[in-house]
Each structure stands twice: as C-alpha cells, then as structure tokens.
Design a binder for this molecule. Sequence first.
Ligand code: NI
Length: 337
Amino acid sequence: MGRATSLQHLHDAQFYDAAFTRLLVGPRFTNVAAAVLRTPNVQLHHTKMFIKPPENGSPFPPHQDHPFFPHTHHRVAAAIFHVDDAPDAKGCVRIAPGSHLAGPREHDPEGSFHLPGFPVEELVPMEAEAGDDLGVPRRPARGRRGRRHGGGPPQLGLYTPAVWRNTPHTHSSHEVCLAYAGSGTFTVEGTAHPVAAGKLFVARPGEVHEIVSHPEAGLGIAFWGFALDTTALPEGPGWWDGLLRRERPLVSPRLGSLPAIVSALASEAAAPRSGVDAQVTALGSALVIETGRAFASPAELTVTVDPGARATSAVAAMRRCGQPPGAFRARGGTLHL
Ligand code: NI
C-alpha cells in the first residue's frame, strides 16, 4: 500500500499563468466553442485544473454537471483540456453517449452529487492524448437553444421509441413534441395530459413540464424548440394565438403538414446540398407556422382570399387537371404559389 493520495485541484488556472489564458482565448478553442454553442458570444464561467495521482487513483462516480452548476437557459458547456495522455488504464473520462437526451437526472447529494445505480457498463472511455479537448454538454443538448422566429431555423431533435422519462424542467422558449410511436404522459404545471402517436403537444416558455413514456409502449417523438418574437408578429388574430394564450389546450391532433415538414428538414440535414441553409431556414419558418396552426382556433386561421391571387389561380389550375394541391408537395421546384 502506498501513501494515501487525493485529488488536487486549482481554480481559475488562467490567473496563475498566461499560458492558460492564451489557451482559453485563442481561436483554436473559441472557434470551436462558438460553433458548438451556436453563438459568437461565448463567456468564460470558470476553470479548474485537476491533477489525478497515479496508482491509488481518485475516481469520481458517474454524474451530470447540471446539479453542480444549475443554469436556467441550458446554454452552458464544459471543456476538458488534457495536459498529458489519458488512456483508459490511467483513468480517463468515461461518458454515457446520449444520456443527456432525457434531461437532468435525480442525483444523490451524499458526498458529492452522483448517480447511484447508474449502469457503469454503458460508459465509454474517452481516451485522449496531451492537447486533446473533450466537450461535454452541461445538460440537454436537446436543441433547446431557442431561436427567434425569423432569426434562424428552430432546433429539431428525435427520441426513438423507448421507455424513458425526463424530470420536471422549463425552457425560455416554446418546446413542441410530435409523438410518432407509443404513448405516455405529458405533465404541465402539475396537470397530466395523456399523449400518444399522432398527437402534438407544447410546453410554453416558463411552464414546468415532464414527459414520461408508458412502461409498455415506448414513446417516440420528434421535438423542436423556437422563440417567438412577439414584437414581429402582425396585429390581429393569427396562427400564433394558440401558442401565446395560456388557457388554450396543450395537446393537438391537428398535425397538418408537420410530418412532411419534419421529414423534409431531416432529409436536408441528412444529405446537405447547395442551398441547404436557405432550405432549412424556409422549412424552419414553415415548421413554426404549421405548429401554431395546430393550436389555433379555426376563427384565428381564417383569411380573406383575393379570388384573383396567384395562389388561388394556381390551385384552381391544379384542380382543373385533376391534381389535388397536396400532390405537388413532393415535386416542388417549379411551382410558385
Ligand atoms: Ni422540455
């Protein structure tokens, strides 16, 4: 038995040596941080340096960083710089890929926040060499950095059908889920709503919500988040009303074109081609509007159509040649409505 050892650490290493400051503010790191966080404005919160002793080791049990640094808007990430090689035998970091998708988990605060009974065999060693950087989301990457409508595409994600749950949480933007498999319960502000394949459900900004899959009918969802810039919306009733009024139903069966729009967005992302950015932006706007329509009342969606308008004549032309307007969706390209 050797001498007892312990984990040594030093806070805010950049205050002790300019080499650390240069590492933090250099473009090699800031460019990556800006890309990962999808913003040119990245702020340093803190740093610490760990020196793990050999032989005895000082393991730290599985945990998420969220309970250590709870953050309202979930725009925080951690980065690890390796100053020497960290092979598995030396006790490198291990991660559970995808474990962040279910949101923050209940931690045992005893000793230090950790996840008791977490399946360690699922952890994947992240071996590293000196100079490597490992980025870790503090909490759901789940696409929750809401963008302003019109300011960029919404964030889109997918949970494949499985038995899962997330814990009660809120967002500063709208979050919408489209269930495509299984069933479950969507609880918002303490009220439980049953959900199942074919249903759309929304959590409005600030509403505490939780999703729990049925134990025998794994819930599969596509989800997206966006922030509505209410100052940019026109006067009068419209597609946005159902998203803004708290008394309105949170679950809707009216999917409209949403499955097609989500599929089109997924196709663009899976095989990017020239024009992908414009396509994703346009489809993102369509996704937000079609989402609003699902929660709006028929009266709010009523518009007065000019019989001579180009869109009306194009649809009339399609009907004359026996084509329902929807049939043109898959062809795209030459039709300008
Ligand atoms: Ni959520």
